[in-house]
Design a protein around this ligand. Structure first.
Ligand code: CP
Length: 351
């Protein structure tokens, strides 16, 4: 692994190694205090964040490294119109690893084309969030011993929820998982992921009701309705508050259910669930810090490698209005196959 843009970048063996190191760090953090001594992370956060930005910062500091960057692009030359390519060329000269979150889908992939150092996707619009997935898999493995063989319910805004998209990509690497995709029809998973699940023979059912399926689940992964991603505010109004997990609804759930949430939550998990031993979402956020320590201890110590020259594009080939190719017009017209369908290599939208 050179960059972490999509969980598909990791082989199962690489994930197992990453988890095993996270597990060792949790048990003996003192042994890792100098792992990134002298290394510097650049955290470029073009979008708000609490967990991802702070956990990456503390992860680097706990490994003996340093961090610089911005939490608001208005404080940088992005506000003067500097392109993503030029920003990345600059900061990859100053840092050993770049961690970036943006509202544009495919932006981390775009950055990786121009960077001398590893790029980590810390969330690109409604597309992917692979390091949240490292937190999620670490939580399940640490608390349940294994991810294989579980029945997993993914509930909420499955259309815009990037954490769910990355988690589905990751779970293709495990065995015998059954999926319950719980969402209103308007917010069902994108078609490219449905194709992906079929291509990888991942059994799934799509349902609109949460309560009928709760008794069948080993993991319930709740998500927020992602207000900031809606182009039509009326669509948000129709769907907000549609799922609310309460302590009463958990009465029919399994004793060893894991209730997970990438956070932040709005109202989809009632606060009366927080003290239920099955609610592990705050633990999940802490596990994310250890997973990110494990990731940085590898990526920040990689050698600098100048990227290969990239073809100059002439505007987007992709019609997704949130794709990075809509604003960074020099990006090459890269295409990839998803389940046999030609898709934009930046945002996965079918062409
Ligand atoms: N889970 C997550 O990405 O949270 P933040 O948006 O606070 O980083």
């Amino acid at each position: 692994m050179r960059h972490l843009i999509d969980f598909g970048d990791l082989s199962r063996q690489e994930w197992d190694e990453l988890y095993a190191r996270a597990d060792r760090i949790m048990d003996n953090p003192e042994a890792y205090l100098d792992t990134c001594h002298g290394k510097v992370s650049c955290n470029l956060f073009y979008e708000p964040s609490t967990r991802t930005n702070f956990s990456f910062q503390t992860a680097m500091l706990r490994l003996g490294g340093s961090v610089f960057g911005f939490a608001d692009p208005k404080s940088s030359s992005v506000a003067k119109g500097e392109s993503l390519k030029d920003t990345i060329k600059m900061v990859s000269g100053y840092a050993d690893v770049i961690v970036m979150r943006t509202p544009w889908e495919g932006a981390a992939k775009a950055a990786s084309l121009y960077s001398d150092v590893p790029v980590v996707n810390a969330g690109d619009g409604g597309h992917m969030h692979p390091t949240q997935t490292t937190a999620d898999l670490t939580t399940i493995t640490r608390l349940r011993g294994s991810v294989d063989g579980l029945s997993i319910g993914l509930c909420g805004d499955l259309k815009n929820g990037r954490t769910v998209h990355s988690l589905i990509k990751a779970l293709a690497k495990f065995r015998d998982i059954r999926f319950f995709l719980i969402a209103p029809r308007e917010l069902a998973i994108p078609d490219y992921l449905r194709q992906f699940m079929r291509a990888h023979e991942m059994p799934f059912v799509e349902v609109t009701g949460l309560e009928p399926v709760i008794p069948q689940l080993d993991v319930l992964y709740m998500t927020r309705i992602q207000r900031e991603r809606f182009i039509d505010p009326l669509e948000y109004e129709r769907n907000k508050g549609i799922y609310v997990l309460t302590r009463a609804k958990l009465a029919r759930a399994r004793e060893n259910l894991l209730v997970m949430h990438p956070l932040p939550r709005v109202d989809e998990i009632s606060v009366d669930v927080d003290d239920d031993p099955r609610a592990v979402y705050f633990q999940q956020a802490r596990f994310g810090m250890f997973a990110r320590m494990s990731l940085l201890s590898d990526l920040a110590n990689q050698p600098r490698i100048a990227p290969d020259p990239v073809e100059i594009g002439h505007g987007p080939i992709c019609h997704n209005p949130n794709c990075i190719t809509q604003t960074e017009l020099y990006l090459p017209p890269l295409v990839k196959k998803n389940g046999g369908v030609d898709c934009c290599a930046f945002c996965d939208t079918p062409l």
